[in-house]
Design a protein around this ligand. Structure first.
Ligand code: ZN
Length: 399
């Protein structure tokens, strides 16, 4: 049994004030108001939050989810990794270990034959190759195969054929993927980084949209309150601005959980292989303004980074570190710190049916983050990580 006492508690929805939180066998068993420090962990001057949920990452190696946990991210939602055996291995690790973030995954993404993302996935030595869809009738089999592999939701690649030099899914095929997923009880998440793609994904009936248009404003006639969006502003910024990693480099708290060679490579200007978009009219301001409109219009917002670093290598958007940048970018684009912190805890838990986490309450899984200061006033306080618990086990960074 562990009691964390004296900390201000944000329970995933609101601030409870100062309270003591008791954890037993991986589960929160009591939350008692009071500012006394009479527990095992002195939280005075600090804020205790539910462990953060990054609602958009890509798994590139086992080290990713260890890095996530160092930064207080206790659950990640993978939005495409391959091949399926690799995803299954990481899923197995996450289910049994307490030194890595837990994960959910779409597994493979629905895309066209010879299109994205198939073109970036080399055939496996075993003969496995990335499946593609060429017509609406292919959707059912795609979804059945993902369900068999354990996919927790279905990711679908939506792009305007005029914007990419590869085959893309037709709007009818995207609609068929949504229909098939719904029939199997699975949510759909669409890659939708342009005005055209965002609109097409909404019209197809996708449940969650990810990314935000960099090429202009969202259509005026969208029912914003009905949308669930994971903006990935850190990635949208990296796509629009070659110097987007400067902010990571400027804050030692963001570098603290990275391997030394990764930090050195970032300093040397290495941002992985992410090109800056050369599309005319591309501007991060469009993404930020679209976020402000969505938040104002009552859309459901999820915090997600699109982190995709290969462990040990630099990238423009990194597991764990970029989550804290994302929180700040959302706040700077117009969300209140409370809205941002909800969008990183209870909201993604609700959207993705993770009923055991995202909140501090008796009976919830003890995934917890203790930070110095008050992120409800200044959201960058989340960077000051003092302790992380994953299923009630305190993480100790023994690198
Ligand atoms: Zn992504």
């Amino acid at each position: 049994m562990t009691t964390i006492s004296g900390a201000r508690v944000f329970d995933g929805t609101d601030v409870l004030g100062t309270a003591s939180v008791t954890v037993e066998d991986g589960v929160i068993t009591a939350v008692r108001p009071g500012s006394e420090h009479d527990g095992d962990v002195d939280g005075r001057g600090m804020t205790l939050l539910p462990g953060l949920i990054d609602a958009h990452v890509h798994l590139r190696g086992a080290g990713n989810i260890g890095q996530d946990l160092r930064y207080g991210v206790t659950t990640v939602l993978d939005m495409f990794s391959a091949p399926p055996q690799f995803t299954a291995v990481l899923r197995g690790r996450a289910a049994t270990r307490t030194d890595e973030a837990d994960l959910r995954s779409s597994g493979l993404m629905a895309g066209a034959v010879d299109g994205w993302p198939a073109v970036i996935v080399p055939p496996d030595p075993s003969g496995w190759h990335m499946p593609g869809l060429s017509r609406p009738e292919d959707a059912e089999q795609f979804v059945v195969e993902r369900a068999r592999e354990g996919s927790d939701y279905i990711k679908v690649f939506v792009e305007n054929p005029a914007d990419v030099d590869r085959p893309v899914l037709s709007p009818e095929t995207v609609t068929a993927v949504c229909t098939a997923a719904r029939a199997h009880g699975l949510l759909t998440v669409a890659h939708a980084p342009t005005r055209w793609a965002f609109r097409a994904a909404v019209d197809a009936g996708v449940d969650v949209l990810t990314h935000l248009p960099l090429d202009g404003p969202l259509d005026d006639d969208l029912d914003l309150a009905a949308l669930v969006v994971c903006p990935t502003l850190a990635m949208m910024r990296a796509r629009a601005d070659a110097r987007s990693t400067d902010e990571l480099l400027a804050d030692p708290r963001l570098l603290a959980g990275l391997d030394r060679e990764v930090a050195d490579a970032l300093r040397a200007g290495d941002r992985g292989h992410l090109p800056v978009s050369d599309r005319p009219g591309t501007s991060y301001d469009h993404a930020a303004e679209n976020l402000a409109r969505l938040a104002e219009g009552g859309a459901t917002i999820l915090v997600g980074t699109d982190a995709n670093d290969v462990p040990g290598h630099a990238a423009a958007v990194l597991h764990g570190a970029s989550m804290h940048l994302e929180l700040d970018l959302l706040a700077r684009a117009g969300m209140s710190p409370r809205q941002v912190l909800r969008a990183a805890t209870s909201v993604p838990a609700d959207v993705f049916g993770l009923a055991d986490r995202g909140r501090i309450a008796p009976g919830q899984r003890a995934d917890l983050l203790l930070v110095a200061g008050d992120p409800l006033t200044d959201v960058t306080a989340t960077r000051d990580v003092r302790a992380v618990w994953r299923s009630g086990v305190r993480f100790s960074d023994a690198r």
